[in-house]
Design a binder for this molecule. Structure first.
Ligand code: URA
Length: 277
């Protein structure tokens, strides 16, 4: 019952959204098919979709809506119910769509969709590769060991974590933390493109080779880091992924890698008008 109501609520929200844009409201026949097939079959499913206010964790004071997905078992991949064109969705609507996404095989093993978090009007946006085990468990980006380092990097840049926006190329964990394959990244990119469009940050920092490839269409993070790029007129700074930095911990190269990352971050700070020592 609860499941049907929430799915219905989502549908109504999308209709209202469309209505705002034009007086004529058209419901796609596929949407109605999905709606009716879902509402009759959901009685047998155990996952109850609902929106709750997630409590903030000690590492962040960000409060966000955690949305448990509707999980219609009969949907195959690429059959996500998309009742609104992605480029018209608000950040909240986009999140609802993402948590129900079945565009690629990564949805089969996920515990949570990791949509992203932070200030929806952030000046500074970080894009990583994809959720790891901790992120998949909590539904939040960069909360594991690499995340702790990222949080320290953000503090060093004189921002609080909740002042920036953090997300990934793919929103579901690739098994064994492997790099997402191009088809997975391509399936997920419409979410990220719309996130960037809505947040409209002044600077994007790319963490590692995967976002470098999918945002700037470039390879070779070692060569490219520290050099400005551009994505839809937004300045983009590639740097090493925090996991890569952690790999050098307690080695002779630790200081060297850290100082390269710090130099990239200082370039970003300068651009944003932050005092750099
Ligand atoms: N690594 C990433 O690229 N993203 C996360 O969210 C966590 C680890």
């Amino acid at each position: 019952m609860n499941q049907e109501k929430t799915f219905y609520d989502n549908l109504v929200e999308c209709l209202k959204h469309q209505q705002k844009k034009s007086s004529r409201t058209v419901v796609d026949s596929e949407v109605l098919k999905v709606f009716f097939s879902t509402s009759t079959k959901l009685k047998n499913t155990k996952a109850a979709p609902h929106i709750t206010k997630a409590t903030s964790s000690p590492s962040s004071t960000v409060t966000e809506h955690r949305i448990t997905p509707i999980n219609p078992p009969e949907f195959g991949h690429k059959q996500t119910p998309e009742s609104c064109p992605i480029e018209e969705l608000s950040l909240d609507e986009l999140r609802i769509m993402a948590v129900n996404c079945r565009r690629c095989g990564l949805c089969d093993n996920r515990n949570n969709v990791v949509f992203g978090e932070g200030d929806p009007h952030a000046k500074l946006m970080f894009i990583g590769e994809g959720p790891g085990a901790d992120e998949d468990a909590q539904g939040r980006p960069f909360v594991g060991a690499a995340g702790q380092l990222l949080t320290r990097m953000i503090s060093a840049m004189q921002y609080r974590r909740e002042e920036v926006y953090i997300t990934n190329i793919v929103k579901c964990r690739p098994p064994g933390n492997r790099t997402p394959v191009p088809s997975e990244a391509n399936s997920c990119m419409p979410y990220l493109r719309r996130q960037i469009e809505l947040i409209n940050p002044k600077v994007i920092v790319l963490l590692g080779g995967t976002p470098l490839l999918h945002i700037l269409n470039l390879t070779g993070i070692t060569r490219r880091r520290g050099q400005w790029g551009e994505y839809n007129k937004i300045p983009v700074m590639p740097t090493f992924h925090p996991s890569y930095v952690l790999r050098f911990q307690n080695t002779v190269n630790e200081r060297n890698i850290k100082s390269l990352v710090w130099s990239d971050l200082k370039t970003v700070m300068q651009f944003l008008g932050k005092p750099v020592a």
